[in-house]
Design a protein around this ligand. Structure first.
Ligand SMILES: Cc1ncc(COP(=O)(O)O)c(C=O)c1O
Length: 447
């Protein structure tokens, strides 16, 4: 078997998603109602999510079958290739083997379509007419716009204002696939108008855009809300990445030593690395590394506490690493990593020591991206480049390890970021401790 690139046949698209909730060393702290502070029941979530997704969110089942319609759609681009980065290895003069799982080959260019199709499918089944969502860099918004188009749903997208201007072509993709896009904060919702009243120049944040999308869904009977990361059911849908990777490594007789992914809300990292959690429990030497920007260091500098998922405090309270729901990040180019919180699953496993977290500033990240693209050819998204940077640093240890990272998306719409980096115009930004301490003062008092 050729070890340089492993392609699986169509019939090896996983038949079921893997639910890591079944294997967590400790149950997750329950999500709490934002009004009462009491544990949430399925009925509390029903106004904003279809019931099938609520059930998946709470399911204890280890395996959840992938509906035939969704699996058929996965055939557009799945199984995705596992590629050995031999030219990068050579350039680094490393004895390590570096592999990447290429999720950028989906129509929208990232892993996001794995869950977008599943969410649109269950929404359609439930009789929903329109989905509302937020998007940072536009990867999620474009994936959901495509998925809605496939299932004949309307799609309303609140796009973080700084990205709306930085990434006009992601906006074009959403328009092509029939999405309606608002720059967030917008005048379209109460939450957006409140932010604009306080700060007319607000660059927006994922927390604000989530508030707008949740409000839109909650105030319209025929609409539901769709989230592209953070939640358990999103990590569940993304498990196809890790399940395929496992099979591909097995086929070439490889056993990974280090698994790396970038973290915004935690879905590509979780979907890629957590199907290996049972291996990790039996083999503590296997390392899972989550990589985030120094400008938005939730896992490395945030607090493990209950917090809201959005700025207007409309979402349930979940226990996670957070920088505070009032956090407004700097306009770094990795727009998809600018989220104040993290998936509760990833947060708990980090707290318990099963996941290591690392943060990088953006010039270090783009240097890694350039080294990758100048050897392997593919141009990574700024988000993905965080994982690449960490993989390069691991490979520099030259210790013969097998390093596998998730190549979550391409950077074809991020050329202005590359131009800025090449022109020396990118600023490195470490989120200051004082600002973190200030934002954490506004955490809800529940534990
Ligand atoms: C290419 C890419 N990778 C990673 C992420 C981070 O999201 P998550 O942590 O949910 O995978 C994003 C988010 O927009 C993205 O666009």
């Amino acid at each position: 078997m050729d070890k340089e690139r492993v392609d699986l046949p169509l019939n090896e698209i996983p038949a079921s998603w893997y639910n890591v909730l079944a294997d967590l060393p400790k149950p997750l702290p329950p999500p709490l109602h934002p009004g009462t502070g009491q544990p949430l029941g399925a009925a509390d979530l029903a106004p904003i999510f279809p019931m099938a997704l609520i059930e998946q969110e709470m399911s204890p089942e280890r395996w959840i079958p992938i509906p035939a319609e969704v699996r058929d759609l996965y055939k557009i681009w799945r199984p995705t290739p596992l590629v050995r980065a031999t030219r990068l290895e050579k350039a680094l003069k490393t004895s390590c083997r570096i592999y990447f799982k290429n999720e950028s080959v989906s129509p929208a260019g990232s892993h996001k379509l794995n869950t977008a199709l599943a969410q649109a499918y269950y929404s359609k089944l439930a009789g929903v007419r329109r989905l509302c969502t937020e998007t940072g860099a536009g990867q999620w918004g474009s994936a959901l716009a495509f998925a809605c188009q496939v299932f004949g749903l309307e799609c309303t997208i609140y796009m973080v204002k700084s990205s709306y201007h930085q990434k006009p072509y992601r906006r074009s993709l959403m328009h092509i696939w029939g999405g309606k896009v608002y720059a967030s904060p917008s005048r379209h919702t109460k939450a957006g108008r409140a932010v604009l009243a306080a700060d007319p120049k607000s660059p927006g944040s994922l927390g604000i855009a989530i508030s707008e999308a949740v409000e839109d869904a909650a105030t319209h009977d025929d609409a539901k809300y769709s989230l592209g990361s953070v939640l358990n059911h999103v990590i569940l849908h993304q498990s196809v990445i890790g399940l395929e990777t496992k099979r591909q490594l097995e086929l070439i007789g490889e056993r990974p030593d280090v698994l790396i992914g970038c973290v915004g809300g935690g879905s590509n990292f979780g979907g890629f690395s957590l199907p290996f959690l049972p291996d990790k429990l039996g083999r503590p030497g296997l390392r899972l590394i989550a990589v985030e920007p120094s400008a938005c260091p939730s896992l490395t500098k945030g607090l493990y506490a209950y917090d809201y998922g959005d700025t207007a405090k409309l979402t349930p309270l979940v226990k996670m690493y957070t920088l505070g729901h009032t956090f407004v990040p700097e306009g770094i180019h990795a727009g998809g990593l600018r989220y104040h919180g993290t998936a509760p699953i990833v947060a708990q496993l980090t707290k318990l020591g099963f996941i290591e977290a690392k943060a990088y500033t953006q010039n270090a990240v783009f240097e890694g991206a350039l080294q990758f693209t100048r050897t392997e050819g593919f141009i990574p998204a700024p988000e993905t480049s965080h994982a690449i940077r960490a993989a390069i640093d691991e490979a520099r240890k030259d210790d013969g390890k097998c390093i596998v990272f998730n190549y979550s998306g391409h950077g074809h719409f991020d050329m202005s970021a590359y131009d800025d980096h090449l022109a020396g115009k990118l600023e490195d930004y470490e989120h200051p401790e004082e600002k973190i301490a200030e934002a954490l003062k506004h955490l809800p008092k529940v534990d």
